[in-house]
Design a protein around this ligand. Structure first.
Ligand code: RP5
Length: 177
């Protein structure tokens, strides 16, 4: 379920100098899962950057990204990976920015491997993990985190929720004529 119309973009978000959210993924094959997160950020006027960074194939680049993220003005990181999905947890270990993990549906184990790899973090290094394949909720959670310090963005989130509410109300009692 998604709103039909784009929520009003946050003036504060639109005027931000650089990206406030990074959407990173372990492989370009993860893009179909992660694209909805980017789309949500665009709808709310939140500037983002998209990177392919693998915890296993490009570990040094991943470390540099995570260590430099806060200093570059990023405020939230969305990280998606599949299978042995170590990217979100490793990024979380290298930054104090909030990290939202997206388990990508894998071919062999349908994403349960990804989910367990991302959600079972040790105490002290959290990753806020969304459902398998749910890039949309990752984008929304990032927007809501930013909205705690951005009244215009908070208003846009409230409008989005009101539209969801109206969509469900419009269907209630009309499924069977
Ligand atoms: C992970 O391995 C990626 O996040 C991806 O979900 C999975 C498979 O990667 P490819 O073989 O498709 O590049 O690192």
């Amino acid at each position: 379920m998604s709103p039909s119309a784009a929520p009003a973009a946050s003036a504060a978000a639109s005027s931000a100098a650089g990206p406030r959210v990074a959407v990173v993924m372990g492989s370009d094959s993860d893009l179909p899962t992660m694209q909805p997160a980017v789309t949500v950020l665009e709808r709310f006027g939140v500037a983002s950057e998209v990177r392919v960074l693998s915890a296993h194939r490009t570990p040094l680049e991943m470390v540099a990204f995570a260590q430099e993220a806060a200093g570059r003005g990023l405020r939230v990181i969305i990280a998606g990976a599949g299978g042995a999905a170590h990217l979100p947890g490793m990024v979380a270990a290298l930054t104090t920015l909030p990290v939202i993990g997206v388990p990508v549906q894998s071919r062999a184990l349908s994403g349960v491997d990804s989910l367990h790899s991302i959600v079972q973090m040790p105490a002290g290094i959290p990753v806020a993990t969304v459902a398998i394949g749910n890039g949309t909720n990752a984008g929304l959670l990032a927007v809501q985190i930013l909205a705690t310090a951005d009244p215009a963005l908070a208003e846009a989130v409230a409008a989005y929720r009101a539209e969801l509410h109206a969509q469900v109300r419009a269907k209630d009692g009309r499924l069977v004529e």
